[in-house]
Design a protein around this ligand. Structure first.
Ligand code: AMP
Length: 220
C-alpha cells in the first residue's frame, strides 16, 4: 500500500479534530494538528510560539511561511513513513501549494481531503462548550462529552480550560477568517477530485463510521 496522506478540512469547532484523532489511533498513523503544534510552542514559549501567539489569540491565521516550515519538518519525521493525518493544515491555498510541492518532490501525494461541515449554529454550540486539557491537549465538551470530574481531563487528570480563541467573541472572527482564507480550499480540492464531504451534524460515532468506511475504501 502506498503512503496514506489525509487532509482534514472544515470550519473551526466542527469536530474534525475529534474524528482525526480517532482515525489516527485506529490506523496507527501520526495525527498532526498544527493548532496543537502551535499551542505546544506557545506553552514552551519558543521563538515560534511567541511569534504565533498574537495571531492565535486574535483568531487569525499564523503567516503561511511559519506554518509551512513547521509542517514540512514534521512530516519528514520517520514516524510518517506509512502516512499521516493533517488536521488544520493546509488552511490556505498557498499552504496547499507548498505542501504538494514538497510531497511531489518525494513522489508522494494527498490521498483525499476530508471535508466536514455543519450549520453555523451547531458549530458555535460545539465551540462554546469545548474544553481542552492543558497537559495533554485532549478535548471534552461541557454538554456533549463532559469529563467525569468537572475541570479534570479523563485521559490524564490535567486541568481543562477554555481556549482563549474559543471564547464567544473570538469565534465570529475565526469563522470569518475561515470563510475568506480556508473556504477556497473546498473548490480547490474538488476540482482535482480529492474532496470527500461529510455531514458533521450527527453524533461522533455516526460520523466516524462514514469516515472509516470511506478511508478503508481508499486503502483497498
Ligand atoms: P486550531 O486548533 O486548528 O483551531 O488552530 C488554532 C490556531 O492556530 C488558529 O486559529 C491559527 O491562529 C493557528 N493555526 C493553526 N493551524 C494553522 C494553519 N494551518 N495556518 C495558519 N494558522 C494556523
Amino acid at each position: 500500500m502506498s503512503k496514506l496522506i489525509l487532509v482534514f478540512l472544515g470550519p473551526p469547532g466542527v469536530g474534525k479534530g475529534t474524528q482525526a484523532a480517532r482515525l489516527a489511533k485506529d490506523l496507527a498513523l501520526p495525527h498532526i494538528s498544527t493548532g496543537d503544534l502551535f499551542r505546544d510552542h506557545l506553552k514552551r514559549e519558543t521563538p515560534l510560539g511567541l511569534k504565533a501567539k498574537g495571531y492565535m489569540n486574535e483568531g487569525r491565521l499564523v503567516p503561511d511561511e511559519l506554518v509551512v516550515d513547521l509542517v514540512i519538518d514534521r512530516i519528514a519525521n520517520p514516524d510518517c513513513a506509512k502516512g499521516f493525518i493533517l488536521d488544520g493544515f493546509p488552511r490556505t491555498v498557498n499552504q496547499d501549494v507548498a505542501l504538494e510541492k514538497a510531497l511531489s518532490g518525494r513522489g508522494e501525494k494527498i490521498a483525499a481531503a476530508l471535508y466536514f461541515d455543519a450549520s453555523r449554529e451547531t458549530i458555535v454550540e460545539r465551540i462554546s462548550g469545548r474544553r481542552t486539557c492543558r497537559a495533554c491537549g485532549a478535548m471534552s465538551h461541557t454538554r456533549f462529552a463532559p469529563t467525569k470530574v468537572e475541570g479534570k481531563c479523563d485521559a490524564c487528570g490535567g486541568e481543562t480550560y477554555q481556549r482563549v480563541d474559543d471564547a464567544a467573541e473570538k469565534v465570529t472572527e475565526r469563522l470569518k477568517v475561515y470563510d475568506e482564507q480556508t473556504g477556497p480550499l473546498v473548490p480547490h480540492y474538488r476540482k482535482r477530485g480529492l474532496l470527500k464531504e461529510f455531514d458533521a451534524a450527527g453524533g461522533v460515532d455516526e460520523i466516524y463510521a462514514a469516515l472509516k468506511g470511506y478511508v478503508e475504501g481508499l486503502k483497498a
